[in-house]
Design a protein around this ligand. Structure first.
Ligand SMILES: NC(=O)c1ccc[n+]([C@@H]2O[C@H](COP(=O)([O-])OP(=O)(O)OC[C@H]3O[C@@H](n4cnc5c(N)ncnc54)[C@H](OP(=O)(O)O)[C@@H]3O)[C@@H](O)[C@H]2O)c1
Length: 277
């Protein structure tokens, strides 16, 4: 598994596993647990979740899937904006830890920016770091002005990741946010790298997929993973999809194929507001 380094030097895999929507249907539960376990076995040990997903159901499913394998995994969790104050964050984090059946979250993100002042959120993260309940903290859905405001705060430059929407059909961040994060050495985590499955019918993706004897999903993922230091977190509900996603990491798109994708999914030539799903 290819890895990248967090600012602390800690290595994480560039391909992880998303969990939005997992744990919500009893009839799918075993297959979803099998998918996560199989994903861990093949190196996708970074698992992304949020207290919001299924009101804790995704965290609880992960808790089951990582039983006996916690030390192999790197858990990324997200606190809801209305819980992201010094006063409320400890309780939110403890609830997540209980559902995850673990004693610490590796990377704890503010899910998106809400009404709580950032300094108050940083104080909450600091308390959790001090108590050993989280290892690192970061943000999600932060555009350049939010990041600039964040790093100007005392301790704000310890931000360990910005998790944002990035895939072939959502390239706006290439214009300014990505270069900004690269300059400040803040790793980007790409969410919805498959555009929740909506990219799969694109004829150009299908054509390139045929050239690689692969699927359009694998090409869409290989395209995101062409960026060396970025981590992508596709969600797979079955071991079959998890395996295909892992294989995508070994697909290298040629300059011609990249240019063909640029024609269908043009890179941004002006500032675009950060998109969210
Ligand atoms: N920070 C945020 O605000 C935020 C927002 C959205 C998402 N996220 C995170 O990012 C993760 C990924 O994003 P997402 O779940 O929105 O969408 P996604 O990963 O772009 O797409 C998931 C969809 O693609 C399908 N899929 C997965 N692997 C496939 C394969 N190899 N071939 C064909 N189809 C495949 C899945 O089907 P199956 O389920 O049938 O496998 C599912 O329908 C989330 O689960 C969540 O952890 C974060």
């Amino acid at each position: 598994m290819r890895t990248t380094r967090l600012p602390s030097g800690r290595e994480v895999p560039v391909l992880g596993q998303g969990t939005w929507g997992l744990g919500e249907r009893p009839e799918n539960r075993q297959n979803e647990i099998d998918a996560l376990r199989f994903g861990i076995d093949i190196g996708m040990t970074l698992i992304d979740t949020a207290e919001m997903y299924g009101d804790g159901a995704a965290e609880a499913l992960i808790g089951k899937a990582i039983e006996g394998r916690r030390e192999q995994t790197f858990i990324v969790d997200k606190v809801l904006p209305h819980n992201a104050s010094r006063k409320r964050m400890v309780e939110a984090c403890e609830n997540s830890l209980r559902r995850l059946n673990t004693d610490r979250i590796d990377l704890y993100l503010l899910h998106w920016r809400g009404g709580v002042p950032l300094a108050d959120t940083l104080a909450g993260f600091d308390d959790l770091l001090g108590a050993g309940k989280i290892r690192y903290w970061g943000v999600s859905n932060f555009d350049v002005p939010d990041m600039e405001q964040l790093i100007r705060l005392s301790g704000g430059d310890a931000v360990t990741s910005n998790q944002v929407l990035y895939n072939l059909s959502r390239r706006g961040v290439e214009y300014d946010l990505m270069p900004w994060c690269e300059r400040h050495r803040i790793p980007i985590m790409a969410y919805s790298p498959l555009e929740q499955g909506r990219l799969m019918k694109n004829p150009e993706l299908r054509r390139i997929a045929d050239e690689h004897s692969a699927s359009p999903a694998q090409i869409a993922l290989a395209w995101v993973l062409r960026k060396e230091h970025l981590t992508a977190i596709p969600k797979a509900s079955s071991p079959g999809h998890a395996k295909q996603n892992r294989v995508a990491l070994d697909i290298h798109l040629t300059p011609d194929q990249l240019a063909a994708l640029d024609r269908v999914f043009p890179p941004p030539n002006h500032k675009m507001p950060l998109e969210m799903i």
